[in-house]
Design a protein around this ligand. Sequence first.
Ligand code: FES
Length: 165
Amino acid sequence: MPALDLAQEELGHLTPEAMSEVAAALQLDPGYVEGVATFYTLFHLQPVGKHRFYVCTNLSCMLRGANEIVEHVKRATGLSEPGEVSKDGLFSYEEVECLGACEYAPVARLDRRYEKDLTPARIDSLVNDRRLPRRYQRAAARAETDAAKPAPARKRAPRTKKKSG
Ligand code: FES
């Protein structure tokens, strides 16, 4: 799976040639490698957007608004159905089963990162950040990471001894 993941990362999706190369490199049967690639929804055999939303629509997320999240992802990216690629090539989305983070429902995975307690406003922010030119994207990602960190502890002023007399 890591080899397929690497190939997908490099090419954007798994081509028959890429699966054959993975099979040859790992001395595996090509049919077995293709079986793995077709079994897991995280592998793509067709071109996909550069940024992919995997929106959980399982029970906990459904009860906490997953349908609204899916509809908002579609609106924000201009997509109409799973597997479609946006006109700018930037986005695609899929509805997936439980991502294992039910306590943070509704949840989606985007660019290998889990987005928890999703709201329409958060989706807008994620989509807009990814539409920015690359240099601004790095700054936006840094700001996002910094915002997630706990505030640094305040330093206390050193205690001074009271002078007697
Ligand atoms: S039901 Fe959505 S993460 Fe589990």
